[in-house]
Design a protein around this ligand. Structure first.
Ligand code: GLU
Length: 410
């Protein structure tokens, strides 16, 4: 077993000890229910055939069908997908939506693929896992380097196999074919609601400076929303590099610059910085919004932010979390901070099953309500149990999952 899943299980053990969970339930929660690994042959544009490896890990479905994103990244491996599937199980319980947790991934660098190759890869993956997914079984969604177009191909291929339209098999689709309004910005929007709630609880109003690592769907939209609400977004970065202006960046202009040059680097009026430097800037709020394990025991001591809002999954290692807790840095855990995505996925699925579509205002009002309720509960558990926010969120989740397991009959 390599690191990430081991870390996730350490968190599980820690929580079960605090809560005195019985042996049988802990044992069940320690392993995924099903692990699927497939080979996907793809005819490349040049005529060669290339075989890719794909995964789907179905962690637990005691509370409802498996739910979780599909990631395309060169570093995707089984250990990572298992950890991500476990976190989805926790996240859906914290958000109080009727799902279990799962995750999928393909080991691929999409920057090396043409659009046609990407489509064939996606359709091949769907054919390989079709029997294991479905609206009441397991519902994928976008994650790192997957997007609404990929979800559209997924839904189309699955519908062909079933011989009927099956929009509810994936979420995060384009609105033209059953996607929900507000799903594209939901992770960022949800994270923003959580941040505002927490700033209110901490009675922090002025001089909120923000640094954001990662400029994909979550990071870029978060930067945009925070900027629109007059927060000072002073630093952002993408996979290549970062930029910093202590006076604040004009986020809309940064987005234009990124769209025209392919990167945030060399933005006029800002200093280029590295991704590592960005994490250590003297900011009120640090938002890791890219990949796992960027805040580790090696740089935790150098973090100067008062609040770390985890928009990425697993950006802070356990050792780093402990160090930050000692330093009184408030880490708002991924399973709460980025749950806006899966919450609106749930709304999309409900709309698909009902064939009745909501206005954007309704989506946002329901997201606001659902994620603030979860935030208030995590906050209360944090105080009651005198633990960090991550442990509080895990206690809430494990309580719900264990109850469901017991009621169903383990
Ligand atoms: N990939 C996102 C996450 O990690 C969304 C999952 C979903 O909507 O099912 O939360």
């Amino acid at each position: 077993m390599s690191n990430q899943f081991k870390e996730a299980l350490a968190q599980l053990n820690k929580t079960c000890e605090i809560m005195n969970v019985e042996h049988d339930e802990v044992e069940i929660l320690k392993s995924p229910q099903k692990v699927i690994e497939v080979s996907i042959p793809v005819k490349m544009d040049g005529g060669d055939l290339k075989v890719f490896t794909g995964f789907r890990v179905q962690y637990n479905n005691a509370r409802g069908p498996f739910k979780g994103g599909l990631r395309y990244h060169p570093r995707v491996n089984l250990d990572e997908v298992q950890a991500l599937a476990f976190w989805m199980t926790i996240k859906c319980a914290v958000a109080d939506i009727p799902y279990g947790g799962s995750k999928g991934g393909i080991t691929v660098d999409i920057k090396q693929l043409s659009k046609g190759e990407l489509e064939r890869l996606t359709r091949g993956y769907v054919r390989a896992i079709a029997e294991f997914v479905g609206p009441c079984k397991d519902i994928p969604a976008p994650d790192v380097y997957t997007n609404p177009q990929i979800m559209a191909w997924f839904m189309d291929e699955y519908s062909r196999i079933k011989g009927q339209n099956e929009p509810a098999v994936v979420t995060g689709k384009p609105v033209e074919i059953g996607g929900s309004l507000g799903r594209d910005t939901a992770t960022a929007q949800g994270g923003f609601y959580v941040l505002e709630n927490i700033l209110k609880k901490l009675k922090l109003k002025n001089d909120i400076t923000i640094a954001i690592q990662g400029f994909g769907n979550a990071g870029m939209n978060f930067a945009k929303i925070a900027f629109e609400h007059n927060y000072k977004v002073a630093a952002v970065s993408d996979s290549k590099s970062g930029i910093y202006n202590p006076e604040g960046l004009d986020v809309n202009k940064v987005i234009e610059h990124k769209n025209s040059t392919g990167s945030v680097i060399n933005f006029a009026g800002a200093r280029n910085i590295s991704n590592e430097e960005l994490l250590e800037l003297p900011m009120k709020v640090l938002v890791p919004a890219a990949l796992e394990a960027v805040i580790t025991k090696d740089n935790a001591d150098k973090i100067k932010a008062s609040i770390v809002l985890e928009l990425a999954n697993g950006p802070t290692t356990i050792e780093a979390s402990e160090k930050l807790y000692e330093k009184a840095v408030l880490v708002v855990p991924d399973v709460l901070a980025n749950s806006g995505g899966v919450i609106v996925s749930y709304f999309e699925w409900v709309q698909n099953l009902r064939h009745y579509y909501w206005e954007l205002e309704k989506v946002q009002a329901n997201l606001d309500k659902q994620i603030n309720r979860a935030t208030d509960l995590v906050w209360r558990y944090m105080k009651d149990y005198n633990v960090d926010m991550r442990a509080a969120a895990y206690i809430i989740a494990i309580e719900k999952i264990v109850k469901a397991l017991k009621i169903r009959g383990v």
